[in-house]
Design a protein around this ligand. Structure first.
Ligand SMILES: [Zn+2]
Ligand SMILES: [Zn+2]
Length: 327
């Protein structure tokens, strides 16, 4: 058995999959590098996408890059590993699969997304969109996970701002439940659950943090973390990659607003954000995509880990009012 192959293993007790990725261990073993690897991008893997001041440029031209997509040096998945569909053995099953694991890096080492101008945030959104569209050509890609870790408490191993994009050959349990909830709500009510939620939030107003012509951002009625903020389009569509140019401009604006409010109000906290967009394995017309953004403070303790439930001490309405007032 090749020790470096990534495996997905299924736990029938919790109905969860885990990813065992031995190649990732090399990341922890590597010797301390002097200086930032992303500030000398030419030392990294060959880019798959390069932006230079708003224009997509040749991947060989790294002279004037402003945003770049590079394969992760320590990937969870490698693209063309031979895939093996589910192998079952009594109560155990596992999958081996190829996959992509890439980093989206913005040029300025010091500037997190909150501090970047709108056109540079839009470049990052362009990269998410273009890579998802390109991944559609690969059978082993069933689901694309886009996320961003900023700061130590959020699990970022490099301080240089970067997002990650990872393809996985299945839909994890938590997201499967989200998709099913949208489907079931639609069957019962002939309406999208997120469109309905957006309507309710607009009526109630008190949980809204920011809104522009195409997007709305609010603290959910029952947030999973304190200050968790949902950013979602007003127009119903299930796939992030179908976003228009104009909507991308609005999304860059609302992202900057929300992250700046975190930066000012919560003193430049560590944070994660995560894109929930329809998986690529089939159509999900009744799903409505969204970003979930959340600052990270204390590590999760026993109850939170065991019950997967945080205990915020601030009402969501007060969390929203606090963020709204950060200008
Ligand atoms: Zn750097
Ligand atoms: Zn909708």
């Amino acid at each position: 058995m090749n020790k470096k192959e990534t495996e997905l293993r299924y736990d029938s007790i919790s109905d969860d999959w885990v990813i065992i990725s031995p190649i990732r261990a090399d990341r922890l073993k590597k010797k301390a590098i002097i200086g930032c690897p992303f500030c000398s991008i030419e030392t990294q893997e060959k880019p798959v996408l390069v932006y230079s001041n708003g224009v997509r440029s040749d991947t060989k031209d790294l002279k004037n890059w402003t945003t770049v997509v590079i394969p992760n040096k320590y990937p969870i998945f490698v693209p063309f590993q031979k895939s093996k569909e589910k192998m079952e053995e009594n109560i155990y099953s596992k999958i081996k699969s190829g996959g992509f694991h890439e980093l989206i890096v913005t040029k300025d080492h010091e500037k997190s997304l909150a501090l970047l101008p709108l056109d540079k945030i839009k470049e990052v959104l362009n990269c998410y969109q273009e890579r998802i569209i390109e991944f559609k050509d690969y059978d082993f890609v069933k689901n694309v996970v886009v996320f961003h870790n900023n700061g130590k408490e959020a699990g970022a191993s490099q301080t240089h701002p970067h997002s990650q994009i990872l393809t996985i050959p299945l839909v994890d349990k938590e997201f499967r439940i989200v998709l099913e909830n949208h489907e079931n709500y639609f069957i019962k009510n002939n309406e999208c659950l997120r469109c309905k939620t957006n309507k309710e939030e607009k009526k109630f107003k008190k949980r809204i943090v920011f809104e522009n012509k195409d997007f709305i951002a609010y603290i959910p009625f029952a947030p999973k973390f304190t200050y968790q903020t949902i950013i979602t389009p007003k127009r119903h569509f299930s796939r992030f990659e179908e976003i228009t140019e104009e909507e991308k401009e609005s999304l860059a604006e609302i992202f900057k607003e929300i992250l700046s409010k975190f930066y000012k109000g919560l003193n430049n906290p560590s944070y994660n954000f995560f894109l929930h967009t329809a998986p690529l394995d089939k159509e999900y017309p009744n799903f409505h995509w969204y970003f979930s953004v959340f600052p990270r403070k204390a590590a999760l303790a026993g109850f939170e880990m065991g019950a997967q439930m945080e205990i915020p001490s601030i009402y969501p309405e007060d969390q929203a009012s606090f963020l709204r007032n950060q200008k």
